[in-house]
Design a protein around this ligand. Structure first.
Ligand code: PMP
Ligand code: GLN
Length: 380
């Protein structure tokens, strides 16, 4: 058959996890924690099931969860979205991204993405019959070149996608970046999709610059997050989208016929967690910062050169002192021959910078997992 997604194969995350399994490698590739979820989350899920929450949730999400999300948003970002009209619970951030694009982007229109970017963006845009326009981030700092973003916007541009803290680099937008963003979209019909799944994983006293803090941005934005990242449960696939009423209305039309509604007991469990245990998301940055710092100290004993990690749970390493292989070949070799699985950066780009020698390691792991990986990396 003639594929609708001819460029798409199996995602690099699945490929590397499978390779890791086949070769008994320590898996620092695909981003997922290997430690337990909070005990209170399991207890809340258990309670939700005992309470009999087993049938379809309301299409837009369980009311208690939408309210808890609105309350948290007010508490953290100083703006309370209307939980009934502006908050929609989704089956992970991936579904939210898909819905947002399909809600507003028409065939033939353009969506600007900043490379490297998360791998679901472009296929989602392609399926809408639209065209992804790739603007590279700075290859050294992963900061946006706002002038290039400005130049990429045309009368055909319907959406600009941004992601801070950034996967794969961990780079974060500054307040200055947000002001640039405001200036760029002002007086345009461009919608924003702000992928903020790592919103609570920020380090060194930095502030996460949520689009929700900026009225001129949030009035045209879909802001997407994921409980998978915040509560160490990527397998639950529950996330949400906050968008103004008119955008949420269109978003919900897609959600309604995409999945209709999302796993009900999990929604109740997250409502409990947000309300009863705000300390979990408040302390998440410190929790991961300790892991980051320890891992970076250990990496200093290897020939890999770690890049700065302002946020998120990925560490980029420059391996040019170890190998001259391209990143895909290096990550395969590292997994198969050296027993540590990593993710190459090239799948996150339309056109990877020539000669870039970077691999992504996930440090959302037990200390013992990271220790085992370091022992192997020391032998490189
Ligand atoms: N966006 C980014 C930047 C991500 O890293 C991820 C998770 N890998 C997602 C979206 C998807 O999140 P979810 O698992 O909730 O669909
Ligand atoms: N977001 C995760 C990562 O970047 C992977 C998600 C997936 O496997 N689809 O590693």
């Amino acid at each position: 058959i003639q594929s609708k997604l001819p460029k798409v194969g199996t995602t690099i995350f699945s490929v590397m996890s499978q390779l890791a399994q086949e070769h008994g490698a320590v898996n620092l590739g695909q981003g997922f924690p290997d430690f337990p979820v909070p005990a209170a989350l399991v207890a809340a899920l258990d309670q939700a099931m005992r309470d009999g929450h087993h049938q379809y949730a309301p299409m837009t999400g369980v009311p208690a969860l939408r309210q808890a999300i609105a309350d948290k948003t007010l508490r953290v970002y100083g703006h309370r979205p209307d939980p009934d009209a502006e908050v929609t619970v989704t089956s992970g951030a991936t579904e939210a991204i898909f819905n947002a694009v399909h809600a507003v982007v028409r065939a033939g229109e353009e969506v600007v993405v900043l490379d490297p970017c998360y791998d679901s963006y472009e296929p989602t845009i392609d399926l809408a019959g639209a065209h992804a326009v790739h603007v590279p981030l700075d290859p050294a700092t992963f900061a946006p070149d706002w002038q290039r973003v400005r130049e990429a916007i045309t009368p055909r541009t319907r959406m600009l996608m941004v992601n801070s803290p950034h996967n794969p680099s961990g780079a974060m937008f500054s307040e200055g970046d947000m002001r640039e963003l405001e200036a760029i979209v002002r007086d345009t019909g461009v919608f924003l999709l702000s992928d903020e799944v790592y919103e609570h994983i920020v380090f060194d006293g930095r502030r996460h610059e949520s689009v929700l803090r900026y009225p001129a941005l949030r009035e045209r934005a879909f802001v997407v997050s994921s409980f998978g990242k915040t509560y160490h449960c990527t397998g639950w696939k529950i996330g949400y989208c906050i968008a103004p009423l008119a955008l949420s209305a269109e978003f919900r039309k897609v959600h309604q016929y995409n999945v209709f509604s999302t796993f009900t007991p999990g929604q109740h469990a997250f409502a409990t967690m947000l309300q009863a245990h705000p300390e979990h998301y408040e302390q998440l940055g410190a929790f991961y910062e300790a892991k980051r710092d320890r891992f970076r100290e250990q990496l200093a004993t290897t020939r890999l050169r770690p890049l700065p990690v302002p946020g998120g749970y990925f560490q980029l390493v420059d391996y040019s002192a170890v190998s001259d292989l391209d990143d895909a070949a290096f990550c395969r070799w590292l997994t198969v021959e050296k027993g540590v699985a990593a993710i190459p950066l090239s799948p996150f780009y339309e056109a990877p910078p020539p000669g870039q020698r970077l691999a992504r390691l996930c440090f959302a792991k037990h200390e013992a997992t990271l220790d085992a990986a370091i022992e192997r990396l020391q032998r490189l």
